[in-house]
Design a binder for this molecule. Structure first.
Ligand SMILES: [Zn+2]
Length: 209
């Protein structure tokens, strides 16, 4: 991997994703890992025209992309140990307080998802289990476990990249973060850099075939 660079500037990732991008995205969609509307969304995001509200949340701020790019950089690091490239960061008061990536294979731990590790790091940094006044950025829609942890940590805002129709718990399979019976409902902004987040995953799975 290329340390310290984003997916867009990493020659290895760019080569892998450009070689496999089309078939990778198709397969990604065929496997049910990316819904058709996200594939078209990815194409729209690459087009010169402005992104539509169908593909990206309207509740995004200029700093959101900066932090999502940090999460993408984390995602790349997961591939150094053969983990599925998913990254997460936590910003508090505009400052980065946690950055983590998927370490399930590395630790042989089914709970070592990027969001869980990042939330633990954020709680340590804040000295409290309540991760208030914070934004969690993650490259893939959180699963049920991570969405549960987000609720328990009282994270007020979540921004995620690609959707995960097979395990996503922020509207795809379940909608834990919008469940009115739970005592905390974060604001959710989906679809930020969804194309790049999805391409990284497609390239990873294509390289393993
Ligand atoms: Zn998870």
């Amino acid at each position: 991997m290329c340390p310290g660079v984003g997916a867009a500037t990493c020659p290895g990732v760019r080569a892998a994703s450009s070689a496999n991008m089309d078939i990778g995205v198709e397969r990604w969609a065929a496997n049910g890992l990316l819904p058709n509307h996200d594939v078209s969304g990815m194409l729209r995001l690459r087009s010169p025209g402005p992104a539509t509200s169908e593909t990206m949340s309207e509740h995004l701020f200029p700093r959101d992309e900066y932090f999502m790019r940090l999460a993408l950089r984390e995602a790349e690091r997961a591939m150094e140990h053969e983990d599925v490239p998913i990254g997460a960061v936590v910003a508090h008061g505009g400052e980065l307080i946690a950055a983590a990536h998927n370490e399930r294979e590395l630790r042989q731990d089914p709970t070592a998802h990027a969001e869980i590790i990042a939330l633990r790091e954020a709680a340590r940094a804040l000295g409290t289990w309540r991760v208030l006044d914070a934004v969690l950025y993650v490259t893939l829609e959180p699963c049920a476990m991570c969405a549960g942890a987000i609720v328990l940590a009282r994270v007020p805002r979540v921004v995620f990249g690609a959707r995960d129709p097979k395990a996503g718990a922020c509207g795809s399979v379940l909608d834990v973060l919008a469940e009115p019976r739970l005592n905390h409902r974060p604001e959710v902004a989906p679809g930020l850099l969804a194309g790049e987040c999805g391409e990284l995953l497609s390239a990873f799975f294509a390289s393993r075939r």
